[in-house]
Ligand binder design. Structure first.
Ligand SMILES: N[C@@H](CCC(=O)N[C@@H](CS)C(=O)NCC(=O)O)C(=O)O
Length: 380
């Protein structure tokens, strides 16, 4: 009784679900890991309950050492509710049952608070942890797995195959979903939105390509129908998630496209009704939820970066194909012709998967901005 009271006092609302969460963890893990997870949960929750977002209100413009070090290790997701790629990450946060801060960003540029952190990258979502800024869902998923290995995003041994497959969902499959949604909407898209997304996903001659997508809708749908039927076949043995009983990153990586098609294409629900096992799987994923989140003002996220230090070690792995070294000046952007602003900085860390660059401005102080190597062009 006394314990429950104290626990409630420390973690605030939702203490019952935390106890249930702890009990579940306890059933899955060896004794010592239970203790460490218990300490982790309590300390994370103390900091999130003590430091509600209106309390993170740094008025100083001068750089100072943070008096609340717990803040600098908390997850902040810059995103907006309608974004399918953000939904991928929200589900990923749910799989790991994480506590995070939600910064809602505009759907269209300008996004001044976001780009002050990223140095110009404007896509959604972006994850911030203190002065470390993670661009792109691939990079975010890798970082979450590194910082919070349990429960894992990769419950089977085939990690390499899963990363390869996820690249296809990030690229080809997502583009197909975008073409169907934009193509079906045709002339009904608001002009500024059509122009922005057209340029981003269809390139310079987006207006012509949008018309083509509209005219070729049945073809595009047939391209999506085949892979969805393959997933539906796998799920027909009654498994809850794509790899079995436990949700994996690949579930979130497929789910976001299905979520997008269902929610944003008027014929999405009737198209998906053909896949009964896939629909059951969608419900299982939606039941995972998004972890637990609290709203945070964009100004406060920026102030937190200003008052934090990056935790990224200065190191470039051997055999870098572009000859990168710590301190090399580079610019980075998505490897597509979309007219997006490239991000400039100096290399702090690079390996086969990730490149992390350092940038300093008055608004953000020194931040370290991380990008995946795949899908991004680094210019030296
Ligand atoms: N490869 C990126 C793609 C991100 C992306 O294209 N996100 C969409 C939102 S779902 C976007 O940025 N749209 C334009 C915007 O939000 O400004 C990732 O995986 O994070």
């Amino acid at each position: 009784m006394l314990f429950a009271f104290k626990f409630k006092y420390y973690v605030g609302k939702g203490y019952k679900s935390r106890l249930v969460q702890l009990a579940r963890i306890g059933l899955q893990m060896p004794f010592l890991r239970v203790i460490s997870r218990f300490i982790d949960l309590i300390t994370r929750d103390i900091s999130s309950s003590k430091v509600s977002y209106n309390q993170i209100n740094f008025t100083h413009k001068k750089r100072m050492r943070s008096t609340m070090p717990a803040n600098a290790s908390q997850i902040i997701l810059h995103n907006y509710p309608q974004s399918p790629v953000a939904e991928k990450i929200r589900v990923a946060l749910g799989i790991k049952e994480l506590t995070w801060y939600n910064v809602e960003i505009p759907r269209l540029p300008p996004k001044p608070f976001l780009t002050a952190l990223t140095g110009g990258y404007r896509r959604t979502p972006v994850m911030q942890i203190g002065a470390d800024i993670y661009c792109d869902s691939h990079c975010i998923i890798r970082e979450l797995e590194k910082r919070y290995p349990s429960p894992t995003f990769m419950p089977l041994a085939d990690t390499g195959l899963m990363w390869c497959l996820s690249r296809w969902t990030d690229g080809e499959l997502f583009s197909l979903g975008v073409k169907i949604v934009l193509g079906a909407a045709g002339d009904n898209l608001p002009e500024d939105f059509a122009k922005d997304r057209g340029l981003l996903y269809l390139g310079e001659d987006w207006a012509e390509r949008l018309k083509q997508a509209n005219a070729q809708l049945p073809h595009l749908v047939s391209q999506l129908r085949a892979p969805l039927s393959w997933l539906n076949d796998s799920l027909s043995d009654g498994r809850t998630f794509l790899l079995g009983a436990e949700p994996a990153a690949i579930d979130a990586q497929f789910y976001h496209v299905v979520w997008f098609i269902r929610g944003r294409w008027d014929k999405g629900p009737s198209f998906l009704s053909e896949f009964t096992h896939l629909e059951r799987w969608e419900k299982s994923i939606s039941a995972i939820g998004h972890g637990s989140c609290t709203a945070l003002a964009p100004e406060d996220a920026l102030a937190l970066a200003l008052n934090s230090e990056t935790t990224t070690v200065r190191q470039v792995a051997n055999n870098d194909p572009q000859g990168l070294k710590v301190g090399t000046t580079v610019s980075i952007g998505p490897d597509v012709e979309s007219g997006e602003q490239r991000v400039e900085g100096t290399v702090r860390s690079a390996d086969v998967n990730t490149i992390s660059i350092e940038r300093t401005t008055n608004e953000s102080g020194t931040v370290c901005v991380h990008f995946p190597r795949t899908g991004y062009r680094v210019e030296v």
